[in-house]
Design a protein around this ligand. Sequence first.
Ligand code: E4P
Length: 217
Amino acid sequence: MKFFIDTANLGQIKEAHEMGILDGVTTNPSLMAKEGIKGKKAVEQHYIDICNIVDGDVSAEVISTDFDSIIKEGKHLSKLHEKIVVKVPMIKDGVKAMKWFTDHGIATNCTLVFSAGQAILAAKAGAKYVSPFIGRIDDSGWNGVELVQQISQIYSIQGYKTQILAASIRSSLHIIQCAEAGADVCTCPLDSIMGLLKHPLTDIGLAKFLEDAKKFA
Ligand code: E4P
């Protein structure tokens, strides 16, 4: 399973990249706004800055909702950098636009996916990634990881090539569960990635090894 980081914070992206475990980045308009970036040019430069840090795909989300505008905006975003993947919402014009992007060699990430039916449409449109929102599904009393399992089973039976990108991750446990459920990619906040490091027996064991090492230093 690939690891993407789900942030527009350059410091966090650098920190994950420097660990050597980062395969890409996802952003969304809320994450960009959180960084205080204002204006079209500043947003575009920020995408380029992110692309210059990481090695893999960087999702940049369109904010248009009708077919013609999604195409115009997505084409522009895709020209900013070769690593840009155009993130398109799961709406009727979004599906139509993803098919157009697929036919014209532009990679897409279908966002705001909350059901298996939506994931089938994303695959039919040729999206490179489909993003089921695990945490938001859990928040509404459903089971996000079960949706990843269901999509994984359907894609496997049907031979769909779209990669399952588990999004809206809330915890380190979510990452492990998504790996078990068959996600191809998990996009995570930095603290959920760092949480995977933690185990008290590691800390206790290391302290003992370092203490014993003093005996022969
Ligand atoms: C990913 O592509 C989404 O933008 C993101 O994971 C949404 O996460 P949230 O539910 O924590 O906002």
